[in-house]
Design a protein around this ligand. Structure first.
Ligand code: GLA
Length: 384
């Protein structure tokens, strides 16, 4: 099978009778640090070897012609009247164009084809990958000379303001800044980051897909954000120095939130614990102690499931089944939640048997075939 790079060039040629430039941007995994980005904590994501590709050529007018090859669907718009398309996939590109224009960048129209192998709606950030590919392509096409971090912020703003999802910075950051064989320890407040080597020797990363299409737009993600903000508001009455849950500790959570309404205390407890867990997990990685790191992934899952309540029965089952399995060092649900994939760090030689075992259990319990992806850590957004 021809590579996606070659195929997208051919498709562009057929569709627009011209030769394009091609850019690509990867999906992401996150080892630990979930729902911590918008609380100004830390995350530990990495880009994967599955990516979104965009083939693009500038036009002389103000028209955007977009074609999603995998969906065989087209959409056209004018740069002078950017609004939601009503069918989602074009919005990631329209949103980026809109943000770039709002920031004062001069754009022209363009023809573009999209294609890729990042599974959609599986929690691997296909949307951030499209946004990063688009902003990187437009930056290059129109000589905008934007810094990478500005491109990341543009992608996030497109998602927040145009698509309407209040997500944090982790996904576009991981897609844009990914580095082969490294995870990124990102401080979501200062945006300082550090590449940490992640040795895959004898290790495989496998994702089990719950098959439940998560819709982060569903009010739950935004509700969690509101609960965290409310927790901060209450803690600040006693500790004005606390600007986000990043600044809080367990003592403050217990002292200030014990009587708080609803589930605010347990939501905040999870976040504060998770920020601490990530710091300790980074020490494990530096000490090359994957077993200790993996245990923390299981703890994260428990927190996400019981305290933060963003898991689902399929993800809980997938994690529980591998918990005491010799082949698995660590596992947890990954991403926003309510579906998507679990991430598993597995001893490579035991991978085939594990996949078979888990697939059988899954089919028996949920009467569906289990999809899994073995992923490698790859580089970030680039021109091809
Ligand atoms: C989604 C969001 C991210 C992050 C994760 C949870 O992937 O896009 O910003 O909040 O959920 O860690």
């Amino acid at each position: 099978m021809a590579s996606i790079h070659n195929r997208i060039k051919e498709i562009f040629q057929q569709h627009f009778q011209a030769a394009p430039q091609v850019f690509c941007s990867p999906g992401r995994i996150n080892l630990i640090g979930e729902h911590t980005d918008y609380n100004m904590g830390f995350v530990l994501p990495a880009a994967i070897d599955k990516a979104v590709y965009i083939a693009i050529r500038e036009r002389k007018d103000r028209i955007l012609n977009l074609y999603a090859a995998d969906l065989d669907d087209s959409f056209s718009a004018s740069l002078d009247q950017l609004q939601n398309s009503g069918k989602q996939w074009p919005d990631f590109i329209l949103g980026v164009a809109d943000q770039l224009q709002k920031a004062g960048n001069a754009l022209q129209g363009f023809d573009a084809v999209l294609m890729g192998d990042v599974p959609l709606g599986a929690g691997l950030s296909s949307s951030a990958a499209v946004e990063c590919a688009a902003v990187f392509a437009l930056n290059s096409l129109f000589g905008l000379e934007l810094e990478k971090i500005t491109m990341v912020q543009t992608a996030q703003k497109a998602e927040n303001e145009f698509v309407g999802l209040k997500c944090g910075i982790m996904d576009p950051f991981a897609s844009m800044f990914g580095k082969k064989d490294h995870v990124i320890r990102l401080d979501c407040r200062s945006l300082e980051y550090e590449y940490m080597p992640f040795s895959m020797e004898g290790i495989a990363i496998v994702l089990f897909d719950t098959g439940v299409k998560h819709s982060l737009a569903s009010s739950e993600y935004n509700t969690r954000r509101d609960e965290c903000d409310e927790g901060v508001r209450i803690i600040r009455q006693a500790y004005p120095q606390v600007r986000s849950l990043r600044d809080a500790d367990m003592r403050m959570v217990s002292e200030c939130l014990a009587g708080a309404e609803g589930k605010i205390e347990q939501r905040c407890r999870y976040v504060v614990e998770e920020i601490e867990r990530l710091q300790a997990g980074c020490h494990d990685l530096l000490a090359n102690n994957l077993a200790a790191f993996g245990q923390k992934m299981f703890e994260t899952h428990q927190g996400l499931s019981e305290l933060y309540e963003v898991s689902c029965p399929e993800a809980d089952a997938l994690v529980n089944w591998v918990k005491n399995n010799q082949a698995v060092l660590g596992a947890r649900m990954m991403g926003g939640g309510f579906g998507g994939c679990t991430i598993n760090i597995v001893k490579e030689e035991m991978l085939p048997a594990l996949v078979q075992q888990v697939a059988e259990k899954f089919e028996k319990q949920f009467q569906r075939t289990l999809t899994h992806y073995v992923v490698h850590i790859g580089g970030g957004t680039c021109a091809l």
